[in-house]
Write a protein that binds this ligand. Sequence first.
Ligand code: SAH
Ligand code: SF4
Length: 342
Amino acid sequence: MIRLTGKDEPGVIEALAEHIDRPFRARQIARWILHRGAQSFDEMTDLPRSLRESLSRTFVLDDPEIVQVVPSSDGSHKYLFRLSDGATIESVAIPDRGKMTLCLSSQTGCAVGCTFCVTGALGAGRNLEPHEIVGQYRAIIRRETHDQGPVNIVFMGMGEPLLNAGNLGSSLDALFETISPKRITVSTAGVIPGIRWLARLPRRPKLAVSLNAPDQALRETLMPIARRYPLVELMAELRRFPLERGRRITFEYVLIRGVNDSEKLARALVRLVRPIPSKINLIPLNSDPDFLPGFERPPDDVIDRFARVLRNAGRTVTVRWSKGHDVAAACGQLKGAHHAVR
Ligand code: SAH
Ligand code: SF4
């Protein structure tokens, strides 16, 4: 069987070419898959029945299976998916004033091993295939009712998207059929070759970089990958990153009590990011006593003070006050099945 989900329109049309004699039919089918999220040929009621039957003997339109949806009091939903090999991943749907943001996974675990991250504590997983990445979006959108406002996608779920650049690239091509590149954000721990790859894409999503510390020594203790891709080289790369008019790079900074939350470090952060058109997203740590013993979220007044230092220095700052915290739904603490259902 040949899978059509995860392909962009030219990919769908190419796969169908030998099986369809009229090209407009292939475009029609591509639209059913990419724009209307069709899961079967039966749904494609404007195709002749005989064609639907013959295609369904050769092609599949499957998505990862939803095994659990956990609602949160703030309206967000955490989705647990099972993949065909039994691996599990999580995604989060976060509705907000008519908009919908989906936090998607790119791998089944993460080899980067940041010390404050639950996905990192699970260790390396495998890369998700394009249909497994796009399938999270397709499956969630089918289930979520929202008032047809725009959908945003952030790759801030499980895994390091830029260590799965090939499949991420194919997935972006498919997603761009229905979502503008400016509504998609790829978040990276600072994989320099991946950032270079992103910089060369003809259609670029937005870039978010997880800094989490403003100096090399502290960053190494939190993010082992900093040894491989040092902060000076990372910042030099980001200064070269092509930005469309009005676009900025987002710097993410997980605030960890007593570790990286001092005013001195806030001032160092200001100096570090100043040369780059950017905004800073402060993420108070989502704690998990089982997986992240000893890591705590700072008290609110410490978070406020840190944000104030940045704002007073003219930086644009947002504080992510724990979206979906009560179901462990916030990005950065997704861990898949064995651990999620306790
Ligand atoms: N691997 C990519 C994307 C997935 S992690 C990256 O690191 O950017 C998405 C975000 O969640 C990152 O900014 C990361 O710093 C943050 N994060 C990780 N663990 C967290 C935790 N325990 N609490 C809050 N945010 C966390
Ligand atoms: Fe991987 Fe990102 Fe977690 Fe680091 S923060 S371990 S890169 S998922």
